[in-house]
Write a protein that binds this ligand. Structure first.
Ligand code: BTN
Length: 278
């Protein structure tokens, strides 16, 4: 559902205040992810709420959705800008039977689900920047924050938090990120239904999660390779105090980035802040 609000002023009111419908999302859900949804108008962070639900024993597939977050969390301790009425903030509770060392695959899986869904609903050429960024026109449209509780051998639960800028205008962005962040509306000058995008995302994640659970890892990794804009590029990666540059050559079976250093040696990158140089 695309609405050009400049030719339909009523649509603006509808989208701004009323269009996020949990009932409509539930009506469109095809699998077990999203069958149970907790909706909040304002929360600190949907990831925090989802973790509390997980601790209380809530079942896999439960989803937390908020219209607004006042303590939205980004990766590497950053703040996630989360104004009301415009964007998507969701967290999915998963209880995967995989080892903690494979946890990056959950971020890979969520990034694939979000990208396929966003491409289908908006038509934008969304790509994935390793490990978790959703990119369009070289700017960040969304991101994924995977948090989990583990023992040494197994994952107790995972919270997959997804933030996507949908109908936000650039004036809602702090100056520090105006140059590097975008929204669907900023790209297309059109409002889109958050309900429709969330429904598609939950259904796509359901699909790719099933593939991961069925140990069909190569299918997931090859889909990721088709959607990424990172491989084959010269990149800079900040890993705590260390900064590396090199060629992003591939990802391995666990979703780690394989970087070819200027010396020719390969380095496996588990996490970090990646910038594409060229
Ligand atoms: C990133 O830094 O790229 C990850 C951003 C993740 C933001 C989402 S919004 C929903 C969920 N709740 C949070 O507090 N963060 C994630």
């Amino acid at each position: 559902m695309n609405v050009n609000h400049s030719s339909n002023p009523d649509a603006l009111e509808f989208f701004k205040y009323g269009e996020l419908s949990v009932e409509a999302i539930k009506g469109g859900i095809k699998g077990s992810i999203g069958r149970k949804i907790f909706f909040y108008e304002t929360v600190g962070s949907t990831n925090t709420i989802a973790a509390e639900l997980a601790e209380k024993g809530e079942e896999e597939g439960t989803v937390v959705i908020a219209d607004c977050q006042n303590k939205g969390k980004g990766r590497l301790g950053r703040h996630w800008v989360s104004p009301p009425g415009v964007n998507i903030y969701i967290s999915i509770l998963l209880r995967p039977d995989i080892e903690p060392k494979d946890a990056t695959l959950l971020t890979i899986m969520a990034a694939v689900g979000c990208t396929v869904a966003l491409r289908r609903v908006t038509g934008l050429n969304v790509t994935i920047k390793w490990p978790n960024d959703l990119i369009v026109s070289n700017k960040k449209l969304g991101g994924i924050l995977t948090e989990m509780r583990t023992t040494r051998k197994m994952i107790e639960y995972v919270i997959t938090g997804i933030g996507i800028n949908v109908n936000m205008d650039s004036d809602a962005l702090p100056n520090a990120i105006k140059e590097v962040a975008t929204s669907v509306k900023m790209e297309m000058d059109k409002l889109h239904s958050r309900t429709e995008i969330i429904t598609e995302i939950l259904n796509e994640i359901n699909h790719w999660y099933k593939i991961l659970k069925e140990k069909r890892r190569p299918e997931l990794l090859s889909q990721w390779e088709q959607l990424t804009s990172t491989l084959g590029r010269e990149v800079k990666i900040i890993l705590g105090k260390e900064t590396l540059t090199g060629l992003a050559e591939s990802i391995d079976n666990e979703g780690m980035l394989i970087l070819r250093l200027p010396s020719g040696t390969l380095r496996v990158i588990r996490d970090g802040d990646l910038t594409i140089l060229r």
